[in-house]
Design a protein around this ligand. Sequence first.
Ligand code: ZN
Length: 444
Amino acid sequence: MLSRLLTGVLVAAGLVVPATPALAAADTTRAPATPAYTISLTSNSTGASWTGHESVSFSNPSATPLTEVYLRLWDNYHGSCPSTPVTVSNVTGGTAGALEVACTALKITLPAAIAPGGTGSVGFDLSIVIPAGVDRFGRDGSYNFIGNALPVLAVRDTAGWHLSPYTNNGESFYALASDFDVTLDHPSSVLVPATGTSTDTAGTSGRTVTRAIAKSVREFAWAAGPFKKITGTTAGGVKVNVYSVSGISTASANSMMTTAKGALDAHAGRFGAYPYGEADVVLDNGFWFGGMEYPGFVLDLVSTTALAHELGHQWFYGIVGDDEYTTPWLDEGFTDYATDLYFNKTGAGCSITWQSSAEKLTNSMAYWDAHSSRYSTVVYGYGKCTLHDLRRLIGTTAMANLMKSYAASHWYGISTVADFKAAAQAVAGSTDLTSFWTTHRVEG
Ligand SMILES: [Zn+2]
């Protein structure tokens, strides 16, 4: 996400050749793994409500049996629990418990424990009602934005189940790379930009069935409305679609297309080839935030900074995952650093002034929700400054190599602060980074 305070207007520059990363090593600490979601939803006449079915298969690569799974119903934050905009019913493959964590988590107890190496699946009926409000899950007149609405599996790692609360200051999301096969039956007058690659077929009278396939993504988002659409292709071969609500000028849409193409190729050159084939950019100047990232799909103001940032998230959180609630720096700070690099900004003059002994770069969203006025300054601002400072310390070439090898070694996986520190120390060689981490308050 990018807060509105941080957006501005800058000029795009830079194009580099994509590289192909190696796949990260198998992760045997996190489960349920390799989720494969199959979803079929039918909308009402406007795209503001959807009903249908979702199922998900998964595996247990960990050494501990899986006796339950949790669904995260993130968008129930936007309801008035126990009244929920996202409703799960008729669960199969397990026994549903009561809603937890302000209606954003649902435990499903499995009929038998899934042993290490085993697989399982659950299914359920699903209803989604999009509330009014120009938001990442919200409705702006006839335009619907449907982020984080599909229930996804929570992650269990060596610390146990992660059932973080939703935060509206940033993100709480933590999901493993997954495959999605999503069928959306909607009025033909409504376009549905979505994560993945879509194919349209005729439905019943006046309706279209859009099937979107996405591989190795952590979540799936879409929008529905009478958008204006333009299409382009980056120099590196990525298809880009820009969708605009009414009120966005053709010149603005074209300008954002240029930024999207430039930023996608620039990020790909620095961090590894963009693997998803296409990217959808959805523009609405009514968003209260600068932009919001989803796999292959971003919501944005008409803002070059916000767009370069959200597309940077394709690599940081999207491809290189992390637990956003626990370590927001790993996605926001890194994405803001990528944005600076795209705009040829060197971080000169960025200074770090800690306001208390408790304020640390690597604090969790629990801390930032209690100190929200400092969240952007520290996690984004000091976050990217720390990476600029690290570049100045170890050298530009070493830093570029670090960022590329770090992305490659966590490609479609999960990274931690400790992982990044170890990767940086390996590149820094004889330069001991211990005092650097201390002064920049990188703990973990
Ligand atoms: Zn962000």
